[in-house]
Design a protein around this ligand. Structure first.
Ligand SMILES: [Zn+2]
Ligand SMILES: [Zn+2]
Length: 166
């Protein structure tokens, strides 16, 4: 759980308070991601009226599987997040677009978990220059060159490519 005590910051307009959490993926129910090490969350709370604005950065390492070469790689991720929480008494009618808080604590666990899940790419790629696997023999073309490549290339196409480059 990542709960920020806002007892002081909520009482004065313009006041700020920084926070820092370090948690394991299990602590915030994030076992669906392959996190390498801990998750660090740093940021600050700013009082902008009857609302507290929370912004910060999530830093961690995530093991992903490359969509091109099918190898695991570790991505260093830094994800910024921002959320506004309006102070309400329990009786106020709530509109669903806005986040609310009552009392002296704001739990940001859900925001952190969601930010991490949403920032995962649909098709992760280990490197933008990843050459992937040979479609014929399955060789990882980042590691070695297979003999399929030459026969694969249509000679007429290579002439055309040359012309296009010039
Ligand atoms: Zn790759
Ligand atoms: Zn090949």
């Amino acid at each position: 759980m990542m709960k920020i005590n806002v007892f002081h910051v909520k009482s004065q307009l313009g006041s700020k308070q920084s926070f820092r959490f370090e948690v394991t993926p299990t602590e915030i129910d994030l076992d669906s991601l392959d996190v390498d090490g801990n998750i660090l969350v740093e940021g600050e709370v700013v009082n902008i009226g009857s609302t507290l604005e929370i912004n910060g950065v999530i830093s961690t390492k995530i093991v992903r599987n490359c969509n091109r070469c099918l190898k695991d790689y570790t991505a260093v991720v830094k994800i910024p997040f921002m959320e506004k929480f309006q102070l309400v008494s329990a009786k106020v009618e709530r509109d669903t677009e806005q986040s609310y808080f009552t009392g002296d604590e704001i739990d940001i666990t859900g925001i952190i978990r969601e930010s991490l899940l949403l920032s995962e790419p649909m098709k992760p790629i280990c490197d933008e220059f990843c050459k992937g696997l040979c479609s014929k023999c399955g060789t990882n073309l980042n590691e070695k060159v297979c003999s399929c490549i030459k026969t694969d290339m249509d000679p007429r196409l290579s002439v055309l490519q040359k012309l296009l480059k010039e």
